[in-house]
Design a protein around this ligand. Structure first.
Ligand SMILES: [Fe+2]
Length: 226
């Protein structure tokens, strides 16, 4: 009989303990912070738990690996509140100059390194789901798609994408009530297109540049849907 507990996940012969990772993330988020900072950090932690919950539901519904989805969701924002320079210097990591021009996406690229080097995650699919969760890319894996969408529609997020959230939520509840056993992948692609469209619009409204992978992802998923 297997000795592993339900909290432990065995992936490619590596065991991740979700509860340990969660405690470590919370400690890293809160340690050495002022009271005001802790309030912001706790808000981010609540968002993270919302992403875990949503990613788990999406993974069940679309047939992605549920445990990988939970771990990737838990660590997707692990680089938030890190002093990037300290981390980059500690491990001698070279961050692409171009990425540094986009402050809002740096945490996802550095997050993949942190997940690997500080949390011991070696699964490439999980690391890439963290890496691309802010920008997306063409032809994402199912896990990458699940994390990208879950980050945008989790219940604690603002309501800029409410329409998509409602479509996915109703599909989830039909699925959970066994009214539909299998959900077509098309609804996931539509959600991706709508989120990408909304994100690109928001970036342009702020007069900022859209990261090239996001533009490419949008074009790729539109073409796929035709
Ligand atoms: Fe997030």
């Amino acid at each position: 009989m297997s000795t592993r507990t339900i909290l432990e996940v065995n992936m490619q012969n590596i065991t991740y303990n979700f509860e340990n990772l969660k405690q470590k993330l919370h400690k890293n988020y809160t340690e050495g912070k002022t009271t005001e900072e802790v309030a912001i950090v706790e808000e981010r932690f609540t968002h993270t738990l919302g992403v875990v919950e949503t990613a788990e539901k999406l993974a069940r519904m679309y047939g992605a690996d549920v445990e990988k989805a939970r771990v990737a969701a838990l660590l997707h924002d692990c680089a938030k509140f890190y002093k990037y320079n300290d981390f980059v210097n500690k491990y001698g990591i070279k961050i692409d100059e171009e990425i540094l021009q986009y402050p809002k996406i740096i945490h996802s690229f550095i997050g993949a390194y942190i997940a690997k080097l500080e949390y011991g995650i070696n699964d490439e699919d999980i690391l890439n789901a963290i890496k691309y969760h802010t920008v997306a890319k063409p032809e994402m894996t199912l896990l990458e798609e699940v994390i990208y969408i879950a980050d945008q529609i989790e219940p604690n997020r603002g309501d800029y994408i409410n329409e998509i959230r409602n479509i996915i939520d109703s599909a989830i509840s039909l699925h959970e009530n066994n009214q539909i056993l299998k959900v077509g992948k098309k609804s996931l692609d539509i959600a991706l297109i709508e989120i990408l469209r909304a994100k690109i619009r928001r970036v342009k409204e702020r007069d900022e540049h859209v990261y090239f992978l996001t533009e490419k992802a949008y074009e790729w998923y539109i073409k796929k849907a035709l």
